[in-house]
Structures are given as C-alpha cells and as structure tokens.
Design a protein around this ligand. Structure first.
Ligand SMILES: [Zn+2]
Length: 184
C-alpha cells in the first residue's frame, strides 16, 4: 500500500522500509535509534501526524510515542480508549498503554505490585505480537536497572524469565525508550 513518508511527505512503498529520500522510519518504535530523530524531525512528524485525519494504528501509535517523548502522557488517555475499542487485539497498543502507565507513575515511584502489573501487561502484549520484542526488552531493562537494581529489590523470577526469553534481541544503545524515561 502506498503511503506518504511521515517526515518528508514523499510517496513511500511500505512502512517497513525507511524513506528512500530522507531515511526516516515510517513509524516510531521505542526501539528505534533516537539519534535520527532530531528535535526538528520530531516536530515535523508530530505536525504531519496530527494533521492527518485518516491515520491508521501505526500512525496513532507513532503519535503516542511523540506525546510520551514530549512528556504529554496524560493527554493521550482518550486516544487510548478510542483505539482499544477499535483494535482490541493489538499487542503494540497494549504495550504502549502500559508504557504510558509506567511513565505516569514514574519508574522510581512505582510500587512492586504496579511494576508487576505492568510487566505482566508487557508479557501479554508480547504474546499477541512478537514484533514488539525489542521495544519490550528496552523498557524491561529500564525497569531492571532503575527500579530493581537501583532500589536493591530482588528481581522476581517471572521478570527474569521474560527478559531471558529476549536474550537474543538486540536494541540500540540510544533507543527512544531511553529518551522517554531519561529524567525519571
Ligand atoms: Zn521521507
């Protein structure tokens, strides 16, 4: 299906490929390298996606990633409600909703049961869609380092099992997930 590049507007063939003109990925994943997304490019994509009224789920989720990058997570509640009705089995949607909850709570402020709850949502989301494995792993690493290790809390076996299942999944050192959680 032909689609316009979310950054430069060129006609792109598929959303799996990067735009052949500007090199932009055609959706924003938390596992994408943040080095490509300068403030200017983020703003352009944000404008383009907000102005597009026939957005599909990937576009909406890309927009949600940008809201989280801009610390506007509380403003996407309605969007999530709307999308959950339309796409009840989307693993990525489920995952992003849990990421939004984690950001709203704050990794540091979360209680063990909140962390457990969010982790099991990640696991459920993975069972719907294994293409989100790299994104899930990136956020699990943030929880592992900034919650369990930082607070010297024993890491639950279930958490270790999920992360061990993703041992071969590679994530870039500078991915968007780290940018979203950089200050908390
Ligand atoms: Zn482009």
């Amino acid at each position: 299906m032909s689609k316009k590049c979310i950054n430069c507007g060129a006609s792109t063939s598929t959303k799996e490929n990067e735009c052949e003109y500007c090199g932009s990925p055609q959706y924003l994943s938390l596992a994408h390298k943040s080095s490509f997304f300068s403030d200017e490019i983020k703003d352009t994509i944000f404008q383009n996606l907000q102005n597009e009224d026939k957005n599909d789920l990937d576009d909406k989720l890309s927009l949600i990633v940008l809201y989280l990058l801009y610390d506007l997570e509380s403003e996407v509640e309605n969007l999530f409600n709307e999308l959950s009705i339309k796409y009840p089995k989307s693993g990525r949607l489920l995952f992003m909703k849990a990421v939004k909850d984690l950001k709203l709570t704050g990794v540091d402020n979360a209680s063990p049961s909140e962390i457990k709850n969010i982790t099991s949502k990640f696991n459920l989301a993975l069972s719907f869609d294994d293409e989100i494995a790299a994104e899930v792993k990136a956020v699990l690493l943030i929880i592992q380092q900034r919650y369990y290790e930082y607070n010297s809390i024993n890491i639950p076996e279930k958490f270790i099992a999920i992360i061990n299942n993703l041992i071969n999944i590679e994530i870039p050192e500078d991915c968007l997930a780290f940018e979203i959680f950089k200050d908390i």
